[in-house]
Ligand binder design. Structure first.
Ligand code: HEM
Length: 217
């Protein structure tokens, strides 16, 4: 039987030829137009970035520094030294008159963290208003805050209590620091260890919850 003219079935060498013709036309088209060249460049960079980000080794988990436990009261001035930029990297945050060691949360409160502004500060007012701003380095008695704001601070404090080690009181100007006995210190250390262990297993509440609450109040 005679083959139909213009048969669609091309032979393998013909197909290869067509493909290479298409490819060379395609490249010629790109090279001709500088805009196309630029687009190809952008695509190449993006592909490179995606591939690189996928092949990058697992980000090294920031090692939590094992610092000796602190048990003492702080004035607001003393607190400012503990913003994570010191030699030991310790970070303290005061909430509602209590100071917490948040060094384990350095990714939040340490340099470059989203809540860096709270490191070495009394975060109470900012937490009450749900804004990330550095508190002043003067003592803030929070006396102008309303009940809702004070309740919000207390809720935040509960979260800090659950997650971090309590260090001591934030001293009012002129207030004498407490002399914590060794016995008390050991007791709080034990309590801290149990808390630290449960920290990772605990369902991490995020602050969206707090945001929702502050909106509805
Ligand atoms: C759109 C805005 C915000 C988003 C999406 C957001 C998101 C988050 C998330 C996901 C966490 C939990 C992280 C984790 O446990 O792994 C968190 C924690 C936190 N957020 Fe926010 N946040 C926002 C705004 C704020 C604001 C305005 C404040 C200031 C009051 C704030 C204060 C905090 C604090 C103190 C923590 C606890 C960190 C810790 O575990 O010590 N956030 N946020």
């Amino acid at each position: 039987m005679a083959e139909k003219s213009g048969s669609p079935a091309a032979t393998a060498p013909e197909q290869q030829q067509q493909q290479s013709q298409f490819l060379s036309d395609f490249i010629a088209e790109i090279v001709k137009n500088p805009l196309n060249l630029a687009l190809v460049g952008v695509i190449a960079i993006l592909v490179y970035k995606i591939v690189k980000s996928r092949t990058r080794p697992e980000e090294t988990i920031q090692e939590v520094k094992k610092l000796p436990k602190l048990r003492r009261d702080f004035t607001i001035e003393e607190l400012t030294k503990y913003d994570g930029k010191g030699p030991d990297g310790r970070i303290l945050v005061a909430v509602n008159g209590s100071v917490y060691d948040v060094t384990r949360g350095a990714r939040f409160y340490g340099p470059g963290g989203p809540y860096e502004a709270f490191g070495g500060r009394d975060a109470s007012r900012a937490l009450a208003r749900f804004e990330v701003v550095a508190a002043t380095d003067k003592y803030d008695d929070l006396s102008d805050l309303n009940t809702t704001e004070m309740n919000s601070i207390k809720e935040w404090e509960e979260q800090f209590k659950e997650r971090y080690d309590y260090v001591g009181k934030l001293l009012k100007p002129g207030e004498a620091p407490t002399n914590y006995s060794d016995e008390e210190d050991e007791g709080s250390q034990r309590e801290t260890e149990t808390k630290s262990e449960s920290y990772d297993a605990e369902k991490k509440a995020d602050c969206n919850e707090a945001a929702e609450k502050s909106k509805s109040d």
